[in-house]
Design a protein around this ligand. Structure first.
Ligand SMILES: C[S@@+](CC[C@H](N)C(=O)[O-])C[C@H]1O[C@@H](n2cnc3c(N)ncnc32)[C@H](O)[C@@H]1O
Length: 431
């Protein structure tokens, strides 16, 4: 069931608080249309890779990682999606992380406080692989979903599931991303549920939570650090009013100016993205810098053993070994959902010593390329047959530049090592 005309009119009145007349009218008109979907491309797959060239997508003219596609395309069910070629998210969320990615210093230490299911974190890490990103979400089921998404993309992001307000960590981050829980009115066109569940009371109940999270985010920043605040709300109360109150509470915070763009609807503090002027859903973001010059570099934890892969450190957590890109000493004590890429299977009777995660990064195993049809069958859990000449042993199966998982070649058999939870039915291209 689509939004009724009176719902469309109502949500337009929220926009009237800050949008100029023509933006307001194009927003109202856009609510009658179906928006596009979007994804961020993983670095592992290049635009000229054969499988990517077949995708029915339009590249964003500026953002080299963003592509839009029609909702009717079932790309979320495709082989490429299952192998982590891309992450589907709203183009407005992607724009926010694109802007943030341009503000970060090299090897920035970043914390995403409300990160699940992982869209902004993944989008940022793909753009800035040098960033030392940690991602947290208060909800465990959502954080577990984020873990599956991060693993699928083969990214190394330490994951937490804690109440941000209870985080016992000093001021050491170069940036804190706060995609705050909000009324979700910006998503009304895409998710009708947001319209049906919306109430002024809901907005008001969220304001103190957002405020507490903003203060916490600020306390975690080192001097000079950036607070990236965002909501998918159309209400100025959750957006620029929150930023204004923060600026009033803290003399040591300064708003960062962004380049003017015709698709940006300027609020008093920050940018609104609105259907009609931007090909994405309603969104707000603002970047704020914590003033001061007392920043010190976070000291790195020194592991006892060397990591088996170049460019990673070994972090032993609850008797399991993980590859991490960075582990500041001040973050070692945290209760992790998963601190990095797990490199062995810790279950009682592992079928195979390595963890599926490790297949995404290992340089110690030879690669065995599969055809599209073989890859689909492998993901389904089938054993494959081959007449290839490669010797017997453990391989990492690939499709294009994407890694699938480990397998054992034994004569003409390719034994399937994919755990039951990861087996799935996918469509070759999903179309
Ligand atoms: C807008 S969503 C985050 C979306 C995510 N950043 C992404 O891009 O995929 C807001 C998140 O805030 C979390 N949340 C809800 N209530 C919260 C609270 N009181 N404190 C902290 N986080 C909360 C939710 O679990 C939810 O995942």
């Amino acid at each position: 069931m689509a939004l009724t005309d009176s719902e469309k009119d109502f949500f337009s009145t929220l926009v009237a608080d800050y949008a100029q007349k023509e933006v307001f009218f194009s927003f109202r008109k856009a609510l009658d249309k179906v928006g596009k979907n979007a994804f961020v491309r993983n670095r592992l797959l290049r635009e000229d890779d054969p499988s990517f060239t077949r995708l029915p997508v339009q590249a964003d003219p500026e953002d080299g990682f963003l592509y839009r596609f029609d909702r009717s395309q079932r790309l979320g069910k495709s082989l490429l999606h299952a192998l982590g070629a891309f992450y589907i998210l709203d183009a407005s969320s992607a724009r926010f992380t694109w802007e943030l990615s341009r503000l970060l210093p090299p090897r920035a230490l970043v914390l995403d406080l409300c990160a699940a299911p992982g869209g902004k974190s993944i989008s940022l890490k793909v753009r800035r692989p040098d960033a030392r990103l940690f991602a947290n979400d208060i909800s465990r089921p959502r954080a577990l979903e984020m873990a599956r998404n991060v693993e699928r993309m083969g990214l190394c992001i330490p994951l937490l599931s804690l109440d941000p307000l209870s985080l016992d960590v000093p001021s050491l981050f170069d940036a804190v991303l706060l995609d705050a829980p909000c009324s979700g009115s910006g998503m009304v066109r895409k998710e009708e549920k947001m319209a049906k569940d919306w109430s002024r009371k809901k907005v008001e109940s969220l304001l103190p939570i957002q405020e507490a999270l903003i203060d916490k985010a600020l306390s975690l920043l080192k001097d000079g650090g950036i607070l990236a605040y965002a909501t998918c709300s159309l209400s100025k109360e959750e957006d620029e009013d929150q930023v204004e109150r923060l600026l009033r509470r803290n003399g040591d915070v300064q708003e960062l100016a962004l380049e003017e763009r015709k698709e940006y609807c300027r609020g008093r503090h920050g940018v609104h993205l609105l259907p009609g002027t931007f090909e994405g859903e309603g969104f707000f973001f603002s970047f704020l810098r914590k003033k001061g010059r007392d920043a010190r570099e976070a000291a790195e934890f020194k592991p006892k053993k060397k990591a088996p892969e170049e460019g990673y450190s070994l972090f032993t957590y609850r008797r399991q070994d993980y590859l991490v890109e960075s582990m500041p000493s001040d973050l070692v004590h945290l209760d992790y959902l998963k601190p990095g890429i797990r490199i062995f299977d810790a279950s009682d009777h592992p079928k195979f010593p390595y963890d599926h995660d490790y297949a995404k990064v290992t340089t110690k195993h030879p690669l065995l390329p599969l055809s599209e049809e073989e890859a689909v069958r492998y993901l389904r859990g089938e054993e494959l047959r081959t007449n290839r000449n490669e010797g017997d042993g453990i391989y990492v199966l690939t499709y294009d530049n994407l890694r699938i998982s480990f397998a054992k070649k034994d004569g003409s058999r390719i034994k399937n090592y994919l755990s039951k939870g990861l087996r799935q039915e996918v469509l070759p291209l999903g179309v």
